[in-house]
Design a protein around this ligand. Structure first.
Ligand code: F6P
Length: 502
């Protein structure tokens, strides 16, 4: 459905690597069908189309996407409630950008995953991937956006998303000057200055100075924002914070670093969770798993999610508290991800072997302690979240972790959330969860035991408090705050310009 717009209404441009829809060609009819994309970013931002006039620019990732672009001659198209445009990156360049620089190099730095005595080695091919992949694809995104917004009479607010597009503010500012507001949001953690030593100085400088071409930068937490300010101060000789924890001055521009904790689309999640198709999946899952108490986890197969230590903790639980054997199962819904990157393939192997080890050690004719279900299915995840007794969310570090919020919202068994102190969600939910260190396998096992043996009243009270927190601040509020700040920034700029002219 397309919306009527006025010259005053802002044009919101979202730019992200993965778009809100992916397209598939139906082999028989040759027609293109759209499927909602996966992942936290898309799920969160997918909710805003009805509220704002949105143009979402993403990369065409599969054959169907490329076909869709061709069919519409590269022009943005309305899909549901927003306009979508896609760049078609050259395959080799895209591979270098996605598989060498964004994941793993930047992702691993920001989640502090590198085992530095062994990896990474930044070689000539990494440099080639930087120039011919990362820089080039960022430029291609910028060109596509510039093309659409350069002559706009309306206020233009551009929101680049995440670590794939760090160079976008630089390329956009170069061509569009100060007439647009540029406001990236980073979905993943921003570590302190030390972690950034891994990135060679030239890459680091290009990345930081580009981000400082923004008007403000959104982070999941205040800690991430503070770390960003510190990183700029530490590595850029001309960046100063003058004692501020959340803004930085660079080249006569003051850039704020703001915490906007992301959330979920509360109404949509509730609606989907209670849909009859989801109920059917829930009944099927329960009958196939059996009448057990459930420790659930739902994650992408991703080293930072710390899935192997979660399994080790479950083994430690069954060893230390044998009363749970035959009564408690761990159900892991795992979504394959980034399988082109070696670290991810190896990680899947480690997960499967640890699960196999536990099953070999503790199963009997009736009882299989660990059940792993592989594959992407959002309804199945929401179905399983309704019947956990314990939800294990133990990332080494995580921008926010939306599973923690989804689980808290839809669970119907007054389940207990066992949450890593390094997930961004801890700042909002921490008071009502069992907080763990993701490295502490023993502590995690004991937290699961505590959750399983917690008195009913306490469980119910914690679950109700978590649900209320999530219901209070949904994703629409999250995005509206960013738009309001961008519009206020634009007004301030105009007032300053008018004063300067007078
Ligand atoms: O912010 C992290 C993120 O971009 C999330 O949207 C999502 O969970 C994940 O990474 C998706 O990664 P990819 O697009 O590489 O599958």
């Amino acid at each position: 459905m397309s919306r009527e717009t006025t010259t005053k209404e802002p044009l919101i441009v979202i730019a992200s690597n993965r778009g809100p829809y992916s397209f598939k060609v139906n082999e028989e009819t040759k027609e293109l069908t759209a499927t909602r994309g996966a992942g936290g970013l898309v799920t969160a931002l997918g909710a805003i189309g009805g509220t704002y006039d949105v143009l979402w620019v993403a990369a065409a990732l599969g054959k169907g996407d490329v076909e869709w672009v061709r069919e519409h001659k590269g022009q943005p198209q309305v899909v549901d409630d927003m306009r979508i445009a896609m760049i078609v990156p050259e395959r080799r360049r895209y591979g270098l950008y996605y598989n060498t620089i964004a994941n793993p190099l930047l992702w691993f730095i920001q989640h502090e995953l590198w085992d530095t005595p062994r990896q990474p080695s930044i070689t000539a091919s990494t440099w080639e991937a930087w120039r011919e992949g990362y820089v080039a694809i960022n430029r291609q995104f910028a060109d596509a956006i510039i093309d659409v917004v350069k002559d706009s009479e309306r206020p233009v607010l551009i929101f680049p998303q995440d670590y794939h597009l760090y160079l976008l503010p630089h390329f956009l500012r170069e061509k569009l000057g100060d007439k647009v507001q540029i406001q990236p949001f980073l979905h993943i953690p921003w570590p302190g200055p030390d972690a950034w030593r891994i990135l060679p100085e030239q890459m680091r400088t290009e990345l930081l100075t580009s981000l400082l071409m923004s008007n403000r930068i959104g982070f999941q937490t205040k800690t991430d924002a503070f770390n960003f300010v510190q990183t700029c101060r530490f590595y850029l000789p001309n960046a100063h914070s003058y004692g501020s924890r959340d803004s930085i001055e660079f080249q006569r521009r003051t850039v704020s670093a703001v915490g906007y904790p992301i959330s979920i689309d509360v109404e949509r999640v509730e609606e989907l969770a209670s849909a009859s198709s989801t109920r059917l999946i829930r009944e099927h899952l329960i009958s196939s798993i059996g009448d057990y108490r459930i420790i659930l986890r739902v994650d992408r197969i991703e080293p930072s999610k710390n899935i192997v230590r979660g399994l080790e903790a479950f083994r430690a639980l069954l060893q230390a508290h044998p009363e749970h054997r035959g009564k408690v199962k761990m159900l892991a819904l795992l979504v394959p991800s980034r399988m082109e990157v070696e670290e991810y393939r190896t990680y899947l192997g480690r997960i499967m072997s640890e699960a196999g080890r536990i099953n070999a050690e503790f199963s009997d004719a009736f009882y299989e302690p660990v059940r792993i279900i592989l594959g992407q299915n959002y309804e199945r995840a929401l179905a399983a979240m309704q019947f956990f007794d314990v939800l294990l969310v133990n990332p080494l570090t995580d921008g926010m972790n939306l599973v923690a919020k989804e689980g808290a919202l839809v669970n119907q068994r007054d389940g207990v959330l066992v949450l890593s102190e390094f997930a961004g969600a801890i700042y909002e939910l921490g008071e009502h969860v069992l907080k763990i260190s993701p490295f502490d396998v023993y502590g995690t096992a004991e937290a699961m035991h505590q959750a399983l043996t917690m008195p009913y009243e306490e469980r119910a009270q914690r679950a109700a408090a978590l649900r209320e927190i999530v219901q209070r601040a949904g994703v629409k509020e999250w995005f509206s705050r960013q738009v309001d700040d961008a519009l206020a920034g634009m007004d301030r700029n105009r007032t300053q310009e008018t004063k300067a002219e007078a």
